[in-house]
Write a protein that binds this ligand. Structure first.
Ligand SMILES: [Zn+2]
Length: 266
């Protein structure tokens, strides 16, 4: 029985960033990783961001097609790193509401668990306010479903956020940078659908839809692309400083080693 989950820091970063992309709707994605110890431990090492199929506020659904695509992606990654990676779970956000899974979440989780007993669900509750300090906070829970007669209850799974090996680092950063593109695609799709439904000659309506889309894209750039760029630039300069320090250390150690070999040969 599954009793612990290790979540890689980079995946946590991608999921939280994704969850923070909208206050109005729940977002979701699939988790890729490895199952260890006969299904007692799951390590999550990458993720797949899923586009919302319909933008209802309380509804998250994964289509068969999305699941197949994620499975193929996991196979590609597995071949790349030479480890048995696969889809090991799903995540979604709870903007402004409690972190605990709803009845629908538990039923969805139960369905996946029937196919794969170590499958996990992770929920990121975002846009919460700390009661005492009023500071914005994020809560995370990792769960499975337990069947109790005809209904399900929640089984909390211990989760640890860990720095894992860097074999998928680049891949996880790529997912992060894809996020604004995926969000823009969703907006474009909403716009195209809206235009398709309205009268072609209704110029006011057209103007309105174009304006809504422009505002939405502006929002993505302001709230996501720019902060992400700033954070990545900062991380890059920090890494450059670290790199210089490591190079100096390397030089020092090399010269010390040379001295030692010189002394030894005397
Ligand atoms: Zn939910």
């Amino acid at each position: 029985m599954l009793n612990k989950v290790l979540l890689s820091t980079d995946v946590a970063l991608v999921c939280v960033q994704h969850a923070l992309s909208t206050e109005k709707e729940e977002i979701m994605g699939l988790l890729i990783g490895e199952v260890h110890n006969n299904g007692r431990l799951v390590s999550i090492e990458s993720s797949v961001i899923l586009r919302r199929l319909d933008k209802k506020p309380d509804r998250v659904e994964i289509s068969e097609e999305q699941l197949v695509q994620a499975t193929l992606r996991a196979e590609e990654l597995a071949a790349e790193v030479g480890r048995p990676l696969r889809v090991v779970g799903w995540y979604h956000s709870h903007p402004h509401i409690t972190v605990w899974p709803s009845h629908v979440d538990l039923a969805t989780q139960s369905m996946y668990q029937r196919m794969d007993s170590s499958f996990v669900g992770i929920i990121f509750a975002v846009f919460l306010t700390e009661q005492t300090t009023k500071a914005p906070s994020v809560q995370i829970t990792c769960f499975q479903s337990m069947n109790e007669g005809s209904s399900q209850s929640r089984r909390e799974i211990e989760m640890e956020i860990v720095n894992q090996n860097d074999s998928l680092l680049m891949n996880n950063f790529e997912i992060l940078t894809q996020l604004p593109t995926i969000l823009k695609e969703e907006e474009d799709e909403a716009y195209t659908n809206e235009v398709g439904h309205s009268q072609i000659d209704d110029i006011i309506n057209k103007q309105h839809n174009a304006a809504v889309r422009t505002i939405a894209i502006g929002h993505i750039v302001e709230k996501m692309s720019r902060p992400m760029l700033e954070a990545l630039v900062a991380r890059n300069s920090l890494n450059s400083i670290r790199l210089r320090a490591l190079k100096r250390q390397h030089q020092e150690l090399m010269s010390r080693m040379e001295n030692m070999t010189c002394n030894a040969s005397k």
